[in-house]
Design a protein around this ligand. Structure first.
Ligand SMILES: [Zn+2]
Length: 433
C-alpha cells in the first residue's frame, strides 16, 4: 500500500488541542503526526473516525457490506453490533453470515454474541442460542463482547443459563452489554454488580445518573425508533468519560442523511465542549470494547476522517486502514451481491385469518405506543364491534395488531394470532430492542 500525506487542523481529543499538522500514512498505519505551520488557516479538520457503539445492522435492512458503504460517507469507521435479529431467525448461521459479509468490505464491524435469542420466552423464534452456543461464539476472536442482556429479571433472579452466559464473557475477558430500561436503585445496582457494563436504554437523565453512579457506562441512543438524545445529552458535560453514542436501530432512509456525525453536531450546538463530545463519539468505544480502531497516534491503524468544520461535521474524507473509503459524499466501497440465507416459510394469508370474533367483552387490552420510545403503556378500552367481530377503530387511532408465525407454513389459521391491539400516538413505531 502506498505512502501518502494528509494535512489539516488536527484534533487531538485527549490532549484537548487543535493544531496544524501533517499526517503521514504508510502501509495502512499512521507513521507520524507532525506539527506543520504551512497548513492554511481555512484547512479542514482531521480527527479519528466515528463509532456507533450499539447498532443492529439488520435494522438498516441492509447486509453489513451495504451498511458500511453508506455509513462511511458520514465518517463512521466502525460499529459495535449485536446480530441478535438475524440470530433470532437463522441462529449461528446468521451470526456467521454477518461476520463473513462484513469482512468483504474495508469497515470495522465488531460483532457480539447475542445473549437473548429468543428475546423472551413468549416469542416464536426461528432459533435459540443457549449458554453453550454463546460460549462457543465468545471464544471466537471476531466476537468482541456479550451483547445486550435484555433478560434483566433473569440477572436479578440469577437464572442459571443467564449467569452462565455472563460468566463465559467474564472468563474470556470480554465486556457484557446491558439493556435495562427503567431499572433503578437497588435493582440497577445488582444488575450492574453482575458485571454488566453498559446501558443504552435510559430514557431519563435521572435513570442514567443512577446507573452511572454504580459504575455503568451510558450510551446515548438516537435512532429511527427510540430517541433519547435530548433527555441525556447534557450529561456529557460532567460524565463524558463514561458515555458513548449509538443508534440501536437505524433505518436506511435516515442512514442516508447522517449518522454519529449528526449527534456530534447536535451536541456541539447544545453548547457541550467539543472534546467531550468527540471523546464519546470516537475514543470511549475503542477503549471500552478494546476495538482494533486507530486513534490518530503514530503506530495506530490509519482510521480517521477529514471534516469541513466542527459545527456541522460534514465529512469530506473517510480513511480506514489507510484506504480512502469515502470522498465528499461519495462512497468508494464496492460491494458484491451476497449469499441469501433465510428460513421463512410463511404461507399466504386471507382477510378471514385476521378476524377477531367478539365474545361480548366490554374492555380489551390496548398497547399504547409512545413517540420516540420503545417502552409502551397498557390501556384498557372498549372495543369497536361490527357484525359480531372486533374491528379496527381508526377514529380513536386504535388498530389491530397480529402476530404471524413466519416459521410455519401452516394454513389452518394456527399461525395467526389476532388478539392484541395497538393505539399509536404520533408516528410511534413498535420495534425490537
Ligand atoms: Zn439494541
Amino acid at each position: 500500500m502506498s505512502s501518502f500525506l494528509v494535512s489539516g487542523k488536527l484534533v487531538d481529543i485527549t490532549a484537548r488541542s487543535i493544531y496544524p499538522a501533517t499526517v503521514k500514512v504508510n502501509n495502512g498505519k499512521i507513521e507520524s503526526v507532525t506539527p506543520d505551520n504551512t497548513v492554511p488557516e481555512n484547512a479542514p479538520f482531521i480527527l479519528p473516525g466515528f463509532i456507533d457503539s450499539h447498532i443492529h445492522i439488520e435494522s438498516s435492512m441492509l447486509v453489513p457490506s451495504e451498511f458500511a458503504k453508506l455509513a462511511v460517507i458520514h465518517g463512521t469507521v466502525s460499529t459495535v453490533s449485536d446480530p441478535h435479529e438475524i440470530a433470532n431467525v437463522c441462529g449461528m448461521e446468521g451470526v456467521d453470515f454477518m461476520i463473513e459479509n462484513g469482512k468483504t468490505v474495508p469497515f470495522k464491524f465488531n460483532f457480539g454474541a447475542p445473549s437473548c435469542v429468543p428475546a423472551t420466552i413468549f416469542e416464536t423464534a426461528g432459533a435459540s442460542l443457549d449458554s453453550a452456543d454463546v460460549h462457543k461464539l465468545l471464544q471466537r476472536d471476531e466476537i468482541k463482547y456479550l451483547s445486550e442482556m435484555m433478560n434483566f429479571p433473569g440477572v436479578l433472579f440469577k437464572d442459571e443459563e443467564v449467569m452462565k452466559k455472563i460468566a463465559s464473557a467474564h472468563q474470556l475477558g470480554k465486556p457484557v452489554d446491558g439493556h435495562a430500561p427503567g431499572l433503578r436503585g437497588e435493582q440497577a445496582r445488582e444488575y450492574i454488580a453482575a458485571g454488566i457494563s453498559t446501558d443504552h436504554e435510559c430514557f431519563t437523565a435521572d435513570e442514567a445518573l443512577d446507573k452511572l453512579k454504580y459504575g455503568m457506562k451510558i450510551i446515548i441512543r438516537e435512532g429511527s425508533a427510540a430517541r433519547n438524545f435530548e433527555a441525556l445529552a447534557d450529561l456529557l458535560h460532567e460524565h463524558y468519560a463514561n458515555m458513548m453514542f449509538c443508534s440501536d436501530d437505524k433505518h436506511p432512509d435516515s442512514l442516508v442523511l447522517g449518522h454519529i456525525n449528526q449527534l456530534c453536531a447536535r451536541a456541539v450546538a447544545k453548547g457541550i465542549d467539543i472534546f467531550k463530545v468527540l471523546q464519546a463519539a470516537c475514543i470511549n468505544p475503542v477503549h471500552h470494547y478494546k476495538l482494533d480502531v486507530g486513534l490518530l497516534r503514530a503506530g495506530d491503524h490509519a482510521d480517521f476522517i477529514v471534516v469541513k468544520d466542527l459545527v456541522d461535521f460534514n465529512v469530506e474524507q473517510t480513511y480506514i486502514n489507510g484506504q480512502l473509503v469515502a470522498n465528499n459524499g461519495l462512497s468508494l466501497i464496492t460491494t458484491t451481491p451476497s449469499a441469501i440465507i433465510n428460513q421463512f416459510t410463511c404461507s399466504p394469508k386471507t382477510t378471514a385469518d385476521f378476524e377477531i370474533p367478539w365474545n361480548g367483552e366490554t374492555e380489551i387490552p390496548v398497547i399504547e405506543a409512545l413517540e420516540g420510545q420503545l417502552i409502551t403503556n397498557k390501556l384498557i378500552l372498549p372495543p369497536a364491534v361490527e357484525n359480531g367481530k372486533m374491528i379496527s377503530d381508526p377514529g380513536n387511532d386504535i388498530l389491530k395488531i397480529v402476530v404471524v408465525n413466519r416459521y410455519s407454513g401452516c394454513t389452518c389459521g394456527q399461525s395467526v394470532y389476532p388478539q392484541l391491539r395497538v393505539k399509536e400516538r404520533g408516528t410511534g413505531i413498535i420495534s425490537g430492542a
